[in-house]
Design a protein around this ligand. Structure first.
Ligand SMILES: [Zn+2]
Ligand SMILES: [Zn+2]
Length: 266
């Protein structure tokens, strides 16, 4: 099975599964490589910061596991970093000082709340909420350099009042195209996140049309992750994702090792 490069473990504020269990699941699925990417969202504006990593402990425990599993499966160590322009300096310093293989940059908190919480959609139309999400994401991608791949580009549609029923690339292309162009100009990868299937969207995040458009605009680096918070979701819908990526014109998958892209045939 293709490597899963978006996996959460008990180090994340919203996951209780020990890293070892997630690794064992990857082995059982026949993966030869994986990347653990626990959450680090700093300065979210929430009353309690739930998504902060204790980096020294995180890195040393994962390094021990990497050693233990050497020769059986390659364990890359990553982080899913919550992007925010107002903490630019903090994020850039962190990214350049961390010894990790891979950094996913994700837009989670917008206007001090995460679309995961219904409050994000209160007082505005779904369309305005989605537009706001894309506008803020674009500003982050333009301003910040602290990441390798942009995570789940249309994450917001997982949680909208009608999810993706009134959503399409065409309806938001004026917001999405600049994001794709900026990623390509900056040499950043786009993530194909299969959690959309788990959420019942019937599509990955971002949807097929957006992956195809990224390729059409010249984007070549696509990463693949399940965003699993439990073992049964590791590698979720990867066979389908592979077909989608091939159909969009991609021949290679990108994984990051020591922050350098490595291309693997799809
Ligand atoms: Zn995320
Ligand atoms: Zn995630």
């Amino acid at each position: 099975m293709l490597p899963d490069t978006h996996i959460h473990t008990g180090f994340s504020g919203d996951c209780t599964v020990p890293a070892r269990i997630q690794i064992e699941r990857c082995l059982a699925l026949g993966m030869t490589e994986l990347c653990i990417t626990d959450h680090h969202d700093y300065h979210t504006g929430m009353a309690e910061e739930l998504f902060l990593l204790d980096f020294p402990s995180y890195l040393s425990q994962l390094q021990n596991l990497r050693q233990e599993y050497e020769g059986r499966i390659r364990i890359n160590i990553g982080v899913e970093l919550g992007l925010q322009v107002r903490i630019r300096e903090y994020l850039e310093n962190l990214a350049s000082s961390l010894t990790v293989d891979y950094i996913i940059g994700s837009s989670h908190f917008i206007d001090q709340t995460d679309p995961y919480y219904p409050g994000f959609f209160e007082g505005r139309s779904e369309q305005d909420a989605y537009r706001r999400y894309f506008e803020v994401s674009l500003e982050r991608i333009r301003t910040l350099d602290c990441f390798d791949s942009f995570g789940h580009l249309d994450y917001v549609v997982r949680y909208g009042p009608t999810t993706n029923h009134n959503y399409s690339y065409d309806a938001y292309r004026e917001y999405i195209d600049p994001i794709l162009r900026t990623l390509i100009e900056k040499g950043r990868a786009l993530e194909c996140n299969t959690a959309g299937f788990k959420y019942g969207l019937g599509h990955p995040n971002p949807s097929e049309d957006i992956l195809r458009r990224y390729h059409e605009l010249g984007g070549e680096q696509v990463t693949l992750g399940s965003d699993a918070h439990s073992p049964e979701h590791i590698g979720h819908s990867f066979a389908r994702a592979r077909e989608i990526l091939l159909d969009c014109g991609f021949c290679y998958l990108t994984v990051y090792r020591q922050r350098k892209p490595v291309l693997l045939p799809l």
